[in-house]
Structure formats: C-alpha cells, structure tokens
Design a protein. Structure first.
Length: 430
C-alpha cells in the first residue's frame, strides 16, 4: 500500500490514525474476556463492533482507498465498500443496544416486540447495503476520487442516489440509536460505569450526527451549485474520528470500570484483613508465603483461608460467656451493635490465643497456671461443642470487621477490662 498520501500531512494521520489506535486498544482490552466468555453473545458482538470500527477507518483512509481501487481494478469501488461497512456498523450498534438493554428477555410481549424490531433493523440495513452496490453498478465513476467522491459526484446519476441513500440511512440509524441510549441513560438503578459508558456512546452518536450534517451540507451545496467541499473533506472526517473514539470508550467503560472496581475491592479487602492476619500469624508463627506471581485475588483468598483455618484451630478455646460479657460491655461503653460485636469478637480471639498459649506451656501441662496472669481465670470458662461452633460461625462472618477494630487496641482493652472486671467493681465504671 502506498502511504505517500499521508506524508507531510499530519491532519489525515490524526483523523484516521487516532480512531484506529483507540479502537484497536479497546479491542485488545476486551479480547481476553471475549475469548474467555466466547459463548456470551454480547461480548462477541462488542468485539466484532470494535473490529469493524477499525476496518472502517483502515479502508476509509485515502491510501487504503487508492490501494483497494488499484487491486480490484475498479475505479472508486472503495466507496460502496466503506459505505457498506459504515451502514453495517450502525445496524450492528442498534441491534446491540436493543439486546444489551435486555429487550429480548423478560416480559413476553416486550420480548416479542424487541425481536420484531431487531428483524426490521437487520432487514433494513441489509437492504440499504444491497441497494448501494446496485446503484454503484449502474453508475459511471471513471475518475478516482479518494478524498472527495461525495461532492465530486454529487450530481452524477445513480451516484447521487447512492450518496443520498447512505447518508439518509446513516442519519436515521444514528438518530434511533441515540434516542434509545438517551432513554436508557435516564433509567433508574443503572450501574455507574454502565451509565458513564452510555453517556460516552451518546456523545459519540452526537459526533456522528455532526458528520452527517457536514456531509449533507457539502452535498446539498453541490446540488445548489455552490462549493462547501471543505465540510465533507475536513470537518466530516474529524467528526467521525471523534465519534469512533467516544464510541470505543463507551463500549469499554462498563467492563473496564467493573474490572477496576473489582480490583480495588480485592486490594481493599486484602488490606483490611491485615491486622487480624498479623495477629494470627504472630500467634501461630506461620503465615501465607509471599509470591510475586500471585494475583491480588489469589493473595486475598490465601489470606482469608489462613485466617479461617487458624480460627478453626482456636475454636476449642473460644469462650462464649466472655464474648457475651464483652458485647454487653461494648454496648455499655456507647458502641453501636455492629461495632460492639466486632469488639467482642476481637476480645474473644485474643483470649483464645492466650488460652491456647497457656495450654501449651509447661506449667499448664502440669496443671499449674502462671501466677499473676491478668486473665488466667478465663481458661476455666472454655466452651466446647455447639456453642463453640456457633461462635466460630459468627466469627468467620465478621473477620473483616474484627480485623478493623484490631487497629484500635485502646477500645479493645477498655471493653476487655470491663468484661473481665469482678461484678462488684462494675459500679466503678457506671
């Protein structure tokens, strides 16, 4: 392909190159999920649309237009080819919007109506493409015009109808899709990233309508004997480039936003479990081995698994009575029910770690408890059986909340001191 048409002309490179790069980058981002979830029609459709968008700008670039004409030996055959790609893209986008919004599932009447609409959309766009090629076959276009065919042949029989048909079809399709997107954007309960993607798509269709307006104005001026070709050769390609970038962004945003949100939640969960993980790792002398190749999801899973396994090992040392008193103490100190539960669980786990350590000490093996241990009397209140199982179940559900309160040792100590104080001394706290 001869690229001399772009040499020394940064504007065409920017106009045609930018959307190709953006669409290709979006396709590369979507490709792993498309291949992984190949059976999902929506993902395949989005991947196909991004590939089609790349193809439109590749074949619409002046060097590619000249190359296509030369390879086929038919002057200006690139025009109906590009127009066909453009109409197919518009039709596919409209079909995707109907399916994406869920029109083919759910209520039977709405589903049937959506399917009828899809059949009309597919038949209408296919009919336009067939008519474009029929009109081109009837036209006489001997002079190759890689940049300004629309205006140069605006008054030529059959080409005139071809141009009017593709512009009319493109404008109507863009208006319908824009209206559908705008109605969807104002629907309550949309995911924030889906709403942002739809807004980007809507902006892309506005840019497409600017493209149509520029083309119609330039062609109409030719019909009236005037020259506004600059609108067709300069403004319209720029508007199409902006539209392609916005639409590629719109298709990727929902998936990219969900991906980033999931990763942020995974990292946040890993970080929030840090205090409890550190406590249990110190108590057991073991931990999760670090691996540079482990994904954030795997690191979170391993940390959760370690915490749950360690709590299971501590289950026989859990003191249900201590937890109940710690919860009541936390409530008395003014904490909310959720916070009080987490503080009580933290007190219970700390006491279980101490009880486990005492049970393994030489003194414990000989039936003697270390003198002066501030909570040595708790060892006599160990709960085993159903109560311990229920307590373990509750703790496993609250590991993140428990981990967070461990960052406030002063609060835990205040609750524990009140929960373990002799009954007659409680008046001192009141």
């Amino acid at each position: 392909m001869n690229l001399s048409g772009f040499v020394g002309e940064p504007y065409p490179v920017l106009v045609f190159g930018t959307p190709i790069v953006v669409a290709a980058a979006a396709l590369a981002f979507k490709l792993p999920s498309v291949l992984r979830l190949w059976r999902e029609p929506l993902r395949r459709a989005v991947g196909g649309l991004l590939l089609l968008a790349c193809g439109i700008f590749v074949f619409a670039a002046p060097p590619a237009v000249a190359w296509t004409n030369r390879v086929t030996g038919v002057p200006n055959i690139a025009a109906p080819l590009v127009y066909s790609f453009l109409i197919a893209f518009c039709g596919a986008c409209l079909l995707l919007m109907i399916v994406w919004r869920g029109g083919v599932a759910g209520h039977a009447e709405r589903s049937a109506r959506a399917r009828r609409a899809m059949r009309w959309v597919a038949a209408g766009h296919a009919g336009v493409i067939a008519a474009l090629w029929a009109l081109f076959a009837l036209a006489e276009v001997p002079v190759e015009r890689p940049r300004d065919l629309d205006t140069y042949y605006a008054r030529t029989p059959f080409v005139r109808e071809l141009i009017a048909l593709y512009l009319l079809a493109h404008t109507a399709s863009c208006l319908l899709t824009y209206r559908l997107i705008r109605n969807w954007v104002h629907t309550d309960g949309l995911d924030v990233w889906l709403r942002r993607g739809l807004k980007s798509l809507a902006a892309g269709y506005v840019a497409n309508l600017v493209f149509d307006a520029a083309k119609w104005s330039a062609v109409g001026a030719r019909w009236a004997g005037r020259d506004l070709d600059v609108l067709s050769t300069e403004l319209a390609p720029a508007a199409a480039s902006v539209a392609a970038v916005l639409m590629a962004t719109g298709f990727v945003l929902p998936h990219a936003g969900q991906y980033l949100r999931d990763r942020r939640q995974v990292r946040r969960g890993h970080r929030r479990l840090g205090p409890l993980y550190d406590l249990l790792r110190t108590a057991t002398g073991t931990g999760v081995p670090f691996s540079l190749r482990a994904t954030p999801e795997l690191r979170l899973t391993r940390r959760e698994t370690f915490i749950r396994d360690t709590l299971l090992q501590l289950a026989r040392h859990f003191d249900e009575d201590l937890r109940r008193r710690a919860y009541e103490a936390a409530v008395d100190l003014g904490w909310s029910s959720g916070r009080a539960g987490a503080l009580a669980a933290a007190v219970t786990i700390q006491a279980a770690i101490e009880a486990r350590s005492m049970s393994r000490s030489p003194c414990s093996r000989h039936g003697v408890h270390p003198q002066g241990h501030p909570h040595g009397h708790l060892h006599g209140h160990l709960q085993v059986g159903d109560h311990a199982t229920d307590l373990l179940t509750d703790l496993l559900r609250e590991i993140e909340a428990v981990s967070q309160v461990l960052s406030h040792p002063d609060q835990i100590e205040a609750v524990r001191a009140r929960a373990t104080a002799p009954a007659e001394s409680l008046h001192v706290y009141d």
